[in-house]
Design a protein around this ligand. Structure first.
Ligand code: SAM
Length: 295
């Protein structure tokens, strides 16, 4: 099967209508698939995990550059199609798997090294997928993923912008993120409504972050609580987060007072909002909260 110019025809012939709920917008140009694969900076000894194989448009150039590809595809019809046609390159192993349920420990064993992930991802799973990468940050080498532009923009956003939020901070705490390539809707079938961006996420080699200097689970809880209501002050959102509720024996006034002291201890104004804080300040907050919680 030709995967590129003939995408529409092939889908019709195989009675494979693109499934909107699975975000099936297939790449239709070979040169674009090559350009996306090149963003992976793949080495010839790499074993690459490709999420969402689809018709194999991206699989092809990845397989040409890598030693092996482990492809994950949740759509049973597409997996059956590739098995019947036997059309994927010989160094590709296709697994019928939902990446959100996939066992990263198992993928790590198959990869023989930290995970290198390539994906053209549906919007609906972008956030849970990114959070899964963050959760497994110590197993990750890099991820080169195509996302809707608005999701990609959130990952590289600066403080005090609308895009700045939970994924921005959590990802910045364990990785560097770069936008590499913008793709127009005409590169896909069917055409999505907005542009897509390929981002490269390089995970830090010393992750999990030095948990002796700050407590990552607490840091994560603070970031999530702080952004739970963007327009409210840190004092309100972090009080509502209930960090000191036990110490205050359930007393709301004392909880608020302890929260205020912890925020001030981090040298941050109680009236500040989450979106104005940078990564260092969130780390400072988690250190201050940790030291106060120990007392
Ligand atoms: N890689 C192909 C390309 O670039 O043309 C297909 C990309 S298409 C945007 C996304 C693919 O991810 C679809 O084939 C879809 O079935 C698959 N997919 C959606 N959700 C998934 C999940 N949770 N786990 C694995 N694959 C998924």
């Amino acid at each position: 099967m030709t995967r590129y110019g003939d995408t529409r025809k092939s889908l019709r012939e195989e009675k494979l209508a693109p499934k909107k709920q699975l975000g099936q917008n297939f790449l239709v140009h070979k040169r674009t698939a090559n350009a996306v694969a090149n963003c992976g900076n793949i080495k010839k000894d790499d074993i690459i995990i490709e999420v969402g194989v689809g018709l194999g448009a991206l699989t092809q150039p990845i397989a040409e550059q890598a030693k092996e590809v482990i492809g994950l595809e949740v759509d049973r019809g597409l997996v059956r199609f590739h098995k019947e046609k036997n059309d994927l390159p010989a160094n590709v192993t296709l697994l019928h798997q939902d990446v959100l349920k996939a066992d990263f420990e198992d993928l790590l064993k198959r990869s023989e090294a930290k995970l290198k992930i390539m994906a053209n991802l549906p919007y609906s799973i972008s956030n849970p997928f990114l959070f899964k990468l963050i959760e497994h940050r110590e197993k990750m080498d890099w991820a080169t993923i195509m996302l809707q532009k608005e999701v990609a923009d959130r990952l590289t956003a600066a403080p005090s912008t609308k895009q700045y939020g939970i994924p921005t901070i959590l990802l910045q705490s364990c990785a560097t993120v770069k936008s590499l390539l913008t793709l127009k809707p005409g590169e896909f079938h069917p055409r999505p409504k907005i542009d897509s961006v390929v981002v490269r996420i390089e995970f830090a080699t010393d992750v999990p972050p030095d948990e002796s200097s700050y407590n990552w689970p607490l840091f994560q809880r603070i970031v999530r609580a702080a952004f739970s209501q963007r327009r409210k002050t840190l004092l309100n959102t972090l009080t509502a987060g209930g960090f000191f509720i036990e110490q205050a024996a359930g007393d709301k006034k004392i909880t608020k007072q302890l929260t205020k002291e912890a925020i001030l201890l981090a040298d941050i104004a109680e009236g500040a909002r989450a979106e104005t804080l940078d990564l260092e300040q969130f780390i400072g907050l988690s250190q201050a909260f940790a030291s106060k919680l120990e007392k």
